[in-house]
Design a protein around this ligand. Sequence first.
Ligand code: FES
Length: 128
Amino acid sequence: MWLEFSLRRGYHALRGHRMSEFEKVADVAELPVGSVKAYVVAGRKLAVCHTVRGFFATDDACPHRGGPLSEGDILGDEIVCPWHLWSFRLDTGVNPCSLPGNEIRVRTHEVRIEGDAILVRLTREEHP
Ligand code: FES
């Protein structure tokens, strides 16, 4: 019984994760290297950025007080919130000043480039 429950739970968690499909958010030309813009995917506002390492997407709302990350700056591999200057790694969403094991993070989302299109797939788990 427990095993069946666990397997079902895992199946549904995995299935839930895969329910989100890639959606086009913009053309590559709209987002030159070093820029970040807000886009809405399935009703969720995201900050989509282009760095020398590629394209990244996070939730737009900063986990501190909800500042708009899409109005922040890109510094290396991090996005800096314009309100109180907290920063978050674009690959993991982790604030580099947070303590190990108690990380503060913004949710990140998978980005894929197809031709000239920037596609994003939403991460639905509570912790990216
Ligand atoms: S709201 Fe982003 S650092 Fe405070």
